[in-house]
Design a protein around this ligand. Structure first.
Ligand code: GLU
Length: 530
């Protein structure tokens, strides 16, 4: 049995889309499940599409998700450039492997599986136009190649002359004529394609001395001893060529098995999930925030406050069906349960609400004191930070573990993200001085002042050591005086909170303390007299 070795092979053309992260995740899970290796290879042979910063972004994203590769990336989060025991196939960046590929392209020419083509881009453009005028699509194939400028149509001497004297030639794959290529995909099963539908793809270019994706990908997968290729379905059309390349090289025995993952679909199921959907519907499609060269910012799951575990869990289930009702999986559990056979063939519709649900579940799993720590970190960088504290409880007390833990315990069922604690709990840190107009109008009447005075007496004579006794004291006072419960409670809430949100009145009083509560009720009385 060969060691299981899979790779994630992104091109650094921009930030990694969440679909790309899912591909990486499935590769990671598949490798780890068998104690195999997960490899990162940077496919940067297309220099026109290279985007600075994209490579680091890919590594940072994998790191944030907790799925760092075993090979290809070092301890400092950099692509490995020099071979070592741990990283035997370095460099892992294709642009640095440039010298490897030419010999393979030459081998294919020698064996008759590839040929030189000298057509300039103007030549190609001209034939394309000519075909277009006849309403036919132009493909460079076994028919058209006969009338093009290449080593199959030219004699040996002319071919040699052009190789030596021109700089723009390429090596193309000689797609066989009318052959059925039978393929197998671990997710899709048997697939057959007639080679007459395929073109003679460019494999290597003299101009930049670089291979194209197809050649580099096959050569590297072979050299890196990859056992399974798990990638997006946009590469399925390349599969016949890849099969034929393995065959041409005589590498069929060690050819990897293939699995093509279906697309992530928009929330309405119509088409591929794009960055524009995220902008339009208000959710991120990238793991981390990304700023492009024009300074435009695309939001990221990390910056939006998602836990990486929640993001990973959500992604794993977008296209993989565990076969049970279970929805919450740690990375370890995913590694145990994952199987390519249970990856769905159809597109997986992304549901932003479900993504939030996952985060909420992970938030609830945390202990109150863990939440308190995370909340504190958000709080101190929020707008509220400079204003925290009131007479009876200074900032240190309000930012203490004990106080913050109480706040989190009280509100954690109402939030999906840590930062949502802030607008829900501002009054627990700052004395309100403004009151919601509509609430005031609705509940304030000529008896309000005397009612609040009596409630102040009830609160001040209560030891306020637990919420239950405070609640009883308030309710008894309301009942004894025959006030309407709703009106009385809402008036007190307005005093304590400044509006009509928040948990139970007694809980708030217990938390902010008797002194502060009484001071707040007095503030509202004063406000009413202005
Ligand atoms: N470089 C290709 C990409 O950007 C990799 C495709 C593959 O995994 O073979 O998706």
């Amino acid at each position: 049995m060969r060691e299981r070795r899979v790779r994630f092979a992104p091109s650094p053309t921009g930030p990694l889309h969440m679909g790309g992260v899912r591909t990486a995740l499935y590769n990671y899970l598949y490798a780890k499940q068998a104690g195999g290796k997960f490899i990162l290879r940077i496919e940067d042979t297309d220099s026109h599409r290279f985007v600075p910063g994209a490579e680091q972004y890919i590594i940072d994203s994998l790191k944030w998700c907790g799925i760092l590769p075993d090979e290809g990336v070092d301890e400092n989060g950099k692509i490995v450039e020099t071979a070592s025991e741990k990283h035997p196939h370095a460099p892992y960046r294709q642009s640095q492997r440039k010298s490897i590929y030419k010999q393979y392209a030459d081998e294919l020419v020698e064996k008759g599986f590839a040929y030189y083509a000298f057509d300039s881009s103007e030549d190609l453009e001209a034939v394309r136009k000519e075909y277009e005028s006849r309403k036919e699509p132009f493909i460079y194939n076994h028919i058209s190649r006969k009338s093009m400028k290449n080593s199959l149509s030219l004699d040996a001497a002319e071919t040699q002359r052009l190789i030596e004297t021109t700089d723009n030639w390429v090596i193309r794959f000689k797609m066989p004529e009318n052959r059925i290529v039978k393929m197998n995909d671990l997710i899709r099963g048997e697939i057959e394609v007639n080679t007459d539908t395929l073109d003679d793809k460019v494999l290597w270019k003299k101009a930049d001395q670089l291979p194209t994706y197809h050649l580099a990908n096959i050569v590297d997968d072979h050299l890196m001893e990859i056992t399974e290729v798990i990638r997006g379905e946009e590469w399925l059309p390349s599969l016949p060529l890849h099969y034929l390349l393995y065959e041409a090289f005589g590498w069929q025995d060690t050819m990897p098995r293939f699995a093509h993952l279906s697309l992530l679909l928009k929330p309405d199921g119509k088409g591929k999930l794009s960055k524009r959907d995220g902008d339009r519907l208000g959710f991120p499609v990238f793991p981390l925030q990304w700023t492009n060269s024009e300074g435009e910012i695309s939001r990221g799951y990390r910056e939006d406050g998602y836990y990486p575990e929640a993001f990973v869990n959500m992604l794993a289930l977008l296209g993989w069906n565990p076969g049970t009702e279970q929805e919450l999986f740690s990375l370890e559990e995913l590694t145990k349960s994952f199987s390519l056979e249970r990856v769905i063939k159809s597109g997986a519709r992304f549901n932003p609400e479900k993504a939030k649900w996952f985060n909420q579940e992970y938030l609830r799993k945390r202990s109150d004191s863990e939440l308190a720590n995370e909340f504190k970190a958000e709080l101190v960088k929020s707008d509220l930070s400079g204003k925290i504290g009131f007479a009876s409880k200074p900032k240190e007390v309000l930012l203490s573990d004990t106080y913050l833990t109480e706040v989190c315990k009280m509100l954690k069922d109402r939030v999906s993200f840590i930062k949502e604690f802030i607008p829900l709990s501002d009054y627990m840190f700052v004395t309100p001085h403004e009151y919601a107009q509509n609430v005031y109008k609705k509940f304030w009447n000529e008896n309000s002042c005397s009612m609040l005075e009596k409630l102040i007496d009830a609160i001040s004579s209560n030891p306020c050591t637990d919420a239950e006794s405070i609640e009883k004291a308030i309710k008894d006072t309301i009942a004894e005086n025959g006030w309407k419960m709703g009106v009385a409670m809402n008036t007190v809430r307005l005093a304590l909170v400044g509006e009509s949100k928040g948990p139970g009145i007694a809980e708030i009083i217990h938390l902010i303390g008797k002194e502060e509560s009484i001071a707040r009720i007095r503030n509202l009385i004063d406000f009413s007299k202005k």
